[in-house]
Ligand binder design. Structure first.
Ligand code: SAM
Ligand code: SF4
Length: 365
């Protein structure tokens, strides 16, 4: 797909023609990853963060947020619950929190691996190479780090450097791949200042990086952030600014699926926050993963990336029942096992290499 074709889809508003895009995405999804929808139990283990990303409620300058860090026992209990629910993966997510020592997390990963059959996915920000290596050796299988936008100038505007260390998520994704992690990237949709051309660049970047996992979700405004309080100052010119809508998110999910048929693509909580139907429609337009929340309720409301997050008050059990019902209603199957990348071999438990996913044989890209 050429950039002009990607942009044409992103600007397409005719529901009949868009039906064609959803159908193509579904065919690619079925060929690439099949009908199973994998459930990944999400534990938000700390909301401390040293970074100051311009869009995120966890940024260090948000002094109005009470901070927490879970104990090893609490994290292990969440992982055991994930296993008891039959999920194949636990996702440990947090701000970039150096109060969470690398050696401490190494112990937590080893404990989860010892006590459960789960695959372990990490999403802990831009930690140093030594930490990533330690966690990989401890058994961590996957790492999620969205690059947020492929427009370097916009990226630099939104991600101030730490003292002596600029933010470079694309470089870190390449490092993660070399360390043998299944690697997940992704982008936000409708960031003030983001254009249609930028989004098309994101799709091309998914293809170039050949990602195992791709997370795309709408940008949601948080008032305690620079982007939330001064959106107009950052916006692109009228006609160029991408809207942070449900429809634009479905288009990005579908296009990501077309260029990476074998990637694991979640239908995100941010999408479910925009629309009650969002989670199911995301699954029906290319996604194959959902991430039920297992964070204890007292911490969950403090992990406020943006206000009004979906499923905030639901118990872990209610969240699981609701998601499983939605999956079965779509005529899909609940995934079993760790649900690793079908391109396989890089992570323990990954399903065997599928010829369909061999580089160069992808029929839609
Ligand atoms: N600190 C880790 C990181 O940045 O990769 C993991 C946690 S961070 C909260 C996870 C993701 O939340 C980010 O990659 C970003 O895409 C998303 N996010 C942050 N603020 C958001 C907002 N205002 N609207 C939508 N998504 C947001
Ligand atoms: Fe921290 Fe991640 Fe939020 Fe950036 S996006 S402020 S790294 S939690």
């Amino acid at each position: 797909m050429k950039r002009t074709e990607i942009i044409a889809w992103l600007r397409e508003d005719d529901p009949r023609r868009l039906e064609g895009l959803w159908r193509l995405a579904e065919a690619a999804r079925q060929g690439g990853v099949g009908d199973e929808v994998h459930l990944r139990g999400l534990i938000e283990i700390s909301n401390h963060c040293v970074r100051d990303c311009f869009y995120c409620g966890l940024r260090k300058s948000n002094k109005g947020l009470r901070r927490y860090r879970m104990t090893a026992d609490e994290v292990a209990a969440g992982a055991r619950q994930a296993a008891a629910f039959g999920y194949g993966t636990v996702v440990l997510q947090s701000g970039e929190d150096y109060g969470m020592r690398a050696g401490w997390l190494e112990g937590v990963i080893r404990r989860i691996k010892r006590e459960t059959p789960l695959a372990v996915t990490l999403g802990l920000g831009e930690r140093p190479l030594a930490d990533l290596l330690l966690w990989r050796k401890a058994g961590a299988d996957r790492y999620l780090l969205r690059f947020e936008t492929s427009n370097r100038a916009l990226y630099d505007r939104l991600h101030p450097p730490l003292p002596g260390r600029r933010s470079d998520r694309l470089a870190m994704l390449k490092r993660l791949r070399k360390l043998g992690y299944e690697t997940g990237g992704g982008a936000m949709i409708g960031i003030p200042g983001q254009t249609y051309d930028d989004l098309a660049g994101d799709i091309e970047t998914f293809r170039e990086l050949d990602l195992d996992m791709i997370g795309v979700g709408p940008y949601l405004s948080h008032p305690a952030t620079p982007l939330g309080s001064e959106a107009a100052k950052f916006a692109a010119p009228a006609g160029e600014q991408v809207p942070a809508t449900e429809l634009m998110t479905y288009k990005m999910v579908a296009l990501a699926r077309l260029v990476c048929p074998c990637a694991n693509i979640p239908s995100t909580t941010a999408l479910a926050t925009l629309s009650r139907a969002g989670r199911a429609l995301g699954l029906a337009r290319g996604a194959n993963v959902v991430m039920p929340n297992l964070t204890p309720p007292e911490y969950r409301r403090l992990y406020e990336i943006y206000p009004g997050k979906a499923c905030l008050a639901e118990t872990a059990e209610a969240c699981r029942t609701c998601l499983e019902k939605q999956i079965l209603k779509l005529g899909r199957k609940i995934g079993s096992g760790p649900g690793g990348s079908p391109r396989g071999g890089k992570a323990k438990g990954a399903v065997p290499f599928s010829r369909f996913c061999e580089k160069g044989t992808v029929p839609f890209a």
